[in-house]
Structure formats: structure tokens, C-alpha cells
Design a protein around this ligand. Structure first.
Ligand SMILES: Nc1ncnc2c1ncn2[C@@H]1O[C@H](COP(=O)(O)OP(=O)(O)OP(=O)(O)O)[C@@H](O)[C@H]1O
Ligand code: SF4
Ligand SMILES: [Mg+2]
Length: 315
């Protein structure tokens, strides 16, 4: 499998009234064709910032993004537009991501109208096909978002994201705002669409059960950096980074037989305005030693996966 998306040393700082927040630091990863890569980590660790930077919805401060071998930042004109169609996003909250004043046919049809100038009956036909692909009938075409349930709205958002036939879909917490029973239906739809359309997914989630059920590989992010990466089974069954271990131990749903071991993640994330020196997990880490606070541990190979820790957990 070749890399569809290559991200190298992505860096993003937010300049706020209170100071600079280094939200993403040296993040590198690949997403290959037809693969699902999950980005996990606590709230505020920088997951959405990575997604928005990839889509150029915010400008990043450093690093490179390549898509199908082409440098994303250096593309101009038509080629840039073509490439932008290949990348699409579904946001967390289908209640706020769909324009309440637009009918479904216009919400789903807008990307096709803008990109290809599709209009009239042809546009309606294309929207009808897109809705059908996500399990919604043509009777919905003239309705407004408020007439739909959360799960249906997320289907509409997925139909819109797929309108230009992207190769890679970024899913930023696609089921977090939905009822548990509806979450499974949306995940099944995403799985089916991936199989049918050969899509790649970058799935952002702090729901590890969701990640386990759908992803091939996982990137664990902490305080702006990737601290561990590998296949889902490697990382979830045999984590090497103490943060990954703590994250897994804090989740009840991932393995019911282990539920008695449930431990809340202790300590708070450090203030992003005052990052600790060295490893950002040190203030919360039981294995922390002197050398941990000198400089941030680099991401190094441990077998076929990577972890950024001076004293990784044993295999
Ligand atoms: N527009 C912004 N201006 C200033 N700081 C921001 C902005 N957006 C995000 N941040 C900060 O950047 C850091 C990373 O935020 P981000 O939203 O990327 O995290 P996240 O992992 O997506 O969190 P969540 O799981 O809550 O969605 C946080 O410290 C956040 O407060
Ligand atoms: S580098 Fe040190 S403080 Fe950081 S996770 Fe590893 S052992 Fe813990
Ligand atoms: Mg987010």
C-alpha cells in the first residue's frame, strides 16, 4: 500500500492574548490507500488542529503535507483544486455543521455546484444518489436540517463530504454527539462506504472502543505530540508508552473483562501556556525519572511501532 497522505513535522502555534499555545509539535504520519488511521488522545491534545491544518482551514507554522506524492502547499490553480476535492472532512457536531437555513438538496449539492457547475435536474439526480449511498431516501431532498435526527444529520454531512468523490475522509469525532445506539449505525455506514468506495480515513476520536472497531493503525497524541503509534492490536494490547497505558486503563468499554482495573487518568494536562520542560507526561507519570525532564523524548522505533519515552513499558 502506498502512502496517500504524508505528514512531516507538522507544527502549529496559536497566538492568544495570554501567550503562545504550541498546539501541534513535530507531528509526522502517513495514511495509506484504503486504510483507517486513528488519532486518539485527551481533549485539547491537538487532534482537531492537525485535521484543520491538513485541510488548510487554518495555516500551520511548519512542516510538509504531501498528498499522492505532491507537495500540498506548493500546488496552484487547477491541480490544487483537484487535490482539495480528494480530501474532505466530517465534523463532530451535525447540529452545528449543517446550515439550518438550507434544504438538504442544497447542502449536499453545493460542493458539486461550486466545483463542477452542476445545476438543475442533473444536480438533483446526483444529490439523490449521494443520499441513497448513505441510506436516505429522495423524500428528504426538500427538508431542512432541523427535521432530522442526529444520526440522519450525520448521514447528510457524510453525503456532502463524499459529494466530490474524495479519496481521504477526515472524521473528527464523527459519532461523539450521537446516542450510543445511533453511533453503531453510523460506524457501520462508514465501514460499508470505505469498502465500496475504497476510501481512506483519518479518524479522530477519544472513544477507544470506536477506534478498536474501525481502525487499522493508531496514533496516540499527548500535548501536541505523537507519543506512540502502531497497529491497533499492538498499541491496545501491548502499549509501550505510559500515557497509552493510562489512557487504556481509564476506559471502561474497551475490554469488559478488565473493567475492575478501571483507573481514572490522574492529574491534569499541563497548561499549554506553561509547558513543562522535557517529557510533557512527566508530572503524571509513575515511571518518571531525572532524565525525563531534561528534554522531550524523541519518537523512536520499538519493533514495528514507535514510542516517545525514555523508559518504555516492557514487551
Ligand atoms: N483557535 C484557537 N485559538 C487558540 N487556541 C486554540 C485554538 N484552537 C485550539 N486551541 C488550543 O490548542 C490546543 C489543541 O486544541 P485542539 O482543539 O486541536 O484539541 P483536540 O485534541 O481536538 O481537543 P478535543 O478533543 O476537545 O476536540 C488546546 O490547548 C486548545 O485550547
Ligand atoms: S519519558 Fe519519562 S516521564 Fe515521559 S512517559 Fe516516559 S517514563 Fe514517563
Ligand atoms: Mg477536537
Amino acid at each position: 500500500m502506498s502512502a496517500l497522505l504524508e505528514v512531516r513535522d507538522l507544527d502549529k502555534r496559536y497566538r492568544t492574548r495570554h501567550g503562545v499555545i504550541h498546539a501541534v509539535q513535530g507531528v509526522s504520519f502517513d495514511v495509506r490507500e484504503k486504510e483507517t488511521v486513528a488519532l486518539v488522545g485527551e481533549s485539547g491534545c491537538g487532534k482537531s488542529t492537525v485535521a484543520l491544518s491538513l485541510l488548510h482551514l487554518i495555516e500551520h507554522d511548519g512542516g510538509r503535507v504531501r498528498f499522492e506524492g505532491a507537495e500540498f502547499d506548493q500546488l496552484k490553480g487547477r491541480r490544487e483544486q483537484e487535490l482539495r476535492r480528494d480530501l474532505s472532512i466530517v465534523f463532530q457536531n451535525p447540529y452545528s455543521s449543517l446550515n439550518p437555513r438550507m434544504r438538504i438538496k442544497d447542502i449536499v449539492g453545493e460542493p458539486m455546484r461550486t466545483a463542477y457547475g452542476t445545476r438543475g435536474r442533473e444536480l438533483v439526480e446526483r444529490v439523490r444518489e449521494q443520499l441513497e449511498a448513505v441510506g436516505l431516501g429522495p423524500e428528504h431532498l426538500r427538508r431542512f436540517p432541523h427535521e432530522f435526527s442526529g444520526g440522519q444529520r450525520q448521514r447528510i454531512a457524510i453525503a456532502r463530504a463524499l459529494a466530490l468523490e474524495p479519496k481521504l475522509l477526515i472524521l473528527d469525532e464523527p459519532t461523539a454527539a450521537l446516542d450510543v445506539s445511533v453511533q453503531a449505525q453510523v460506524l457501520n455506514l462508514l465501514r460499508e462506504l470505505q469498502r465500496r468506495l475504497g476510501l481512506s480515513y483519518l479518524l479522530i476520536s477519544h472513544n477507544l472502543a470506536t477506534v478498536e472497531s474501525i481502525a487499522d493503525r493508531v496514533l496516540v497524541m499527548y500535548f501536541g505530540r505523537i507519543v506512540e503509534s502502531g497497529t491497533v492490536s499492538e498499541v491496545f494490547n501491548d502499549p509501550r508508552h505510559p500515557y497509552t497505558r493510562a489512557l487504556l486503563d481509564s476506559v471502561p468499554s474497551i475490554d469488559p473483562s478488565q473493567r475492575h482495573r478501571l483507573k481514572p487518568l490522574e492529574g491534569d494536562l499541563p497548561s499549554p501556556l506553561r509547558p513543562p520542560p522535557g517529557c510533557a507526561f512527566a508530572p503524571r507519570c509513575a515511571r518518571a525519572a531525572h532524565d525525563c525532564t531534561a528534554r522531550p523524548p524523541p519518537l523512536g522505533s520499538i519493533g514495528s511501532r514507535e514510542a516517545a519515552c525514555y523508559h518504555p513499558l516492557g514487551g
